[in-house]
Design a protein around this ligand. Structure first.
Ligand SMILES: [Zn+2]
Length: 165
């Protein structure tokens, strides 16, 4: 049985208990969360986000440069007017450099990605500050909305605020 088969089985239970099929498309709480894809982080559970509440945009590191396309759609077309950036302790993005990854891609796949930025970072708190600054400086993000950055601790489940802009 593949993981996909397992998921289909699990979904039978989920769908059998599903009661929220009449929600509107725009998120009820008008917020977009940019979070890392780390498997130990469940932003919805950690932040009390219910189905229909928020856009949760995930990628490696929860980097906003990667999320801009989705944020523009979220904010301009679907009514969100606040952004929260959520990085986390023990992030994989702390463990490699662009050169390291380029060497691995070259070795494994024979593809040259040297010069490409995969947005790794050496300092967790600074990565949050950098992402908030990036959003604040982006002409694609309205500058009158709250933008906050925080770190989730994978060992305690706690979120602590890093910056509020
Ligand atoms: Zn991570």
């Amino acid at each position: 049985m593949s993981r996909f088969d397992e998921f289909l089985v699990a979904n039978e239970t989920f769908a059998a208990e599903f009661t929220v099929g009449d929600l509107p498309m725009p998120p009820a709480r008008k917020v977009a969360v940019v979070a890392c894809m780390d498997a130990r982080l469940h932003p919805e559970k950690a932040l009390g986000i219910a189905i229909g509440d928020a856009h949760v945009i995930r990628n490696a590191g929860g980097r906003v440069q990667d999320a801009i396309r989705s944020l523009v759609i979220s904010q301009r077309l679907l009514g969100t007017n606040e952004i929260v950036v959520l990085h986390h302790t023990d992030c994989g993005m702390l463990t490699f450099s662009n050169d390291d990854l380029a060497a691995k891609v070259q070795a494994d796949l024979g593809v040259d990605v040297s010069g490409q930025d995969f947005y790794p970072f050496p300092d967790l708190e600074q990565s949050v500050r950098d992402d908030i600054a990036y959003l604040r400086e982006s002409p694609l993000i309205a500058q009158d909305i709250p933008i906050s950055g925080a770190i989730y601790d994978v060992t305690t489940g706690k979120v602590h605020e890093v910056v509020r802009a």
